[in-house]
Design a protein. Sequence first.
Length: 392
Amino acid sequence: MLKTIIFDMDGVIIDSEPQHAKAALRVFNRHGADADYDYCASFIGSSTEKLTRDAILRFQLPVSPDALIKEMNAEKKKVLGEEGYQPLPGIIDLIRELYQSGVRLAIASSSSIAEIESTVKALGIRKYFTKLISSSHVREPKPAPDTFLLALKELGCSARETVVVEDSCFGTQAAKAAGIVCVGYVNPHSGKQDLSAADVLLESFETIDYRFFKNVLHRSLGEPVTIANTKRLKIRELTAKDMKDIYQIYQNPEITKYIPDIDDYLDVEMEKQNAYIRNVYSFYGYGIWGVFSKTTKQLIGRCGIENLMVDGKQEITLSYLLDSKHWGYGYALECCRAVLKYAKSELDITRVVAVIDTDNSRSIHTAKNLGMILEKNFTYKGRDCYLYAISL
């Protein structure tokens, strides 16, 4: 269960990395160091102390680390006074929404505690954070896990209840070293950061909410996300283990008549499903899900939406498959209605289509009952098909 979200500050809450680099370069230039932006960017996510110590050795600067840090901090304040705090688009609203959802929030940053305090107060968001953690409080800064381990200790929570948001290579590595699920924020001003350690990447804070983080945590822990509950059915993400049941359903020729055959080798299909979970569910937030009977708890089919190229156009396509033992009870209509409702309310999808074989009278009947409108007759993968569509 998601209880805590820990944010990095620079490059995640405020777009400060260019400001930090500008301050550092001013100081380095005063001392005659031939440093550039790329050099400064290579320390994004780490501490000012680590940057200054490296610069002294690399450029043979005739100054002590403490003096250079003091000069660097003074220059950062000057730049901040010139340009002000620059919050990332959507981040303030997101922090407020997460707080109102009951999530405990913290900041774990390589900046000093004074800088963190000044930032959250200036942005009017101090009240939303339970803890503020600085790497100055630990022995080793990021990419070591110390900063996040201290945050977990201060918050009194476990790694399995937590998600970290980071924009740097060092930050994502630190989060994973601490055993915490990590969302990598792709900030173009943070330099060319290697965020491959993150569990999922994010390009904007403006379209996400509590549900996004909850789903990221569930998927990263190997727990399938529940999409919807209807009167008789539960719709949730599939796992590799579910493929055994799916495989058995596919053995019925009545079912495979209108759909591509499943692979003859179950282990191949299970690996495909693992890749599907890693790539499709996490990236799009939707896909083909499992349909389970609430009475028996057994998987009885699949239903969902996916991106397909249909007659030369990219469409979001509704599809479903039910075990023939469950035909004639209205399950297809029930699960498809739930999926369309989810697509509209949770994903803001406005158009969904269905590609149906012209001989598939059951699916045609279901499409009409869903309120889908016949748009055209066309050839799809060598078969004569109808294209039904609905505006949500």
